[in-house]
Design a protein around this ligand. Structure first.
Ligand code: ZN
Ligand code: ZN
Length: 240
């Protein structure tokens, strides 16, 4: 498309589908990701966080959150952009169920701004999204973790691959306790492609709560010869 017709096309599609604020879903001026009032309100994770999972710490004298003190994880370290609460919780809900995959641009820019240097230091060679069960993905139209992964890949200049498949439909993790979660995810993931050329992997997901999903996917990668696994999630639940 020529530049003029491209501009005209953007103008017309912007008229019918105006860009939406990725936090409150209000209509935006073209070229922005979130609105003025959300810009002032949205809370990114700052201050002391768990050295393992990236969750904000309530007790600053410790290095690890209660959850990470209690159990070992298959990944080495993870980071989160937001706490899963308030307007971010609603934003995540629309991203997942409300046909707003375009929010990924905002999440990815925030994630790259906060953790780009950290990712480069770990020297991860590839980004892998936590997979979704195929049938569910077809029904929803997209896997929100994969959409986020692709945007983050563009931001960080890293390839994105999807070698892991979720081969069982699992019940939502939030309905289960620790033991139930582990059992629920047993044999749920399957590695479909050879990824042994990657020694360090960055996993990504939309929401991290207890980490049992992240651990299950990391386990599959470790058994395939990956050495170090890190992750970035858009938001993280506290109180675990
Ligand atoms: Zn807004
Ligand atoms: Zn932790």
């Amino acid at each position: 498309m020529k530049k003029n017709s491209r501009l005209l096309f953007d103008g017309i599609s912007g008229f019918f589908f105006p860009p939406r604020c990725a936090v409150c879903d209000g209509v935006l001026l073209p070229g922005t990701r979130i609105c003025e009032s959300c810009r002032g309100n949205v809370k990114r994770i700052a201050g002391p966080v768990c050295m393992r999972c990236g969750k904000p710490l309530s007790d600053v004298r410790t290095e690890y959150c209660g959850d990470c003190r209690r159990k070992n994880h298959s990944y080495l370290q993870g980071k989160a952009v937001f706490v899963y609460e308030g307007e971010i919780r609603q934003s995540m809900y629309r991203f997942k169920y409300g046909n707003r995959p375009e929010y990924a641009a905002f999440y990815a820019e925030e994630a790259a701004g906060m953790y780009g240097d950290w990712v480069r230091r770990q020297q991860t060679g590839v980004i892998i999204p936590v997979p979704m069960y195929r049938v569910r993905e077809r029904r929803r139209g997209y896997n929100q973790a994969a959409v986020f992964a692709r945007r983050l890949g563009e931001e960080l200049g890293l390839p994105v691959e999807e070698p892991v498949a979720r081969i069982r439909n699992t019940v939502p993790q939030k309905t289960l306790d620790d033991i139930g979660r582990k059992h629920n995810l047993k044999n749920a993931f399957h590695l479909g492609a050879d990824i042994v050329k990657y020694k360090k992997v960055l996993l990504v997901d939309d929401i991290y709560t207890t980490g049992s999903t992240m651990d299950a996917v990391a386990q599959v990668l470790l058994s395939a010869g990956v050495k170090d696994i890190y992750y970035i999630c858009i938001s993280i639940g506290t109180g675990f």
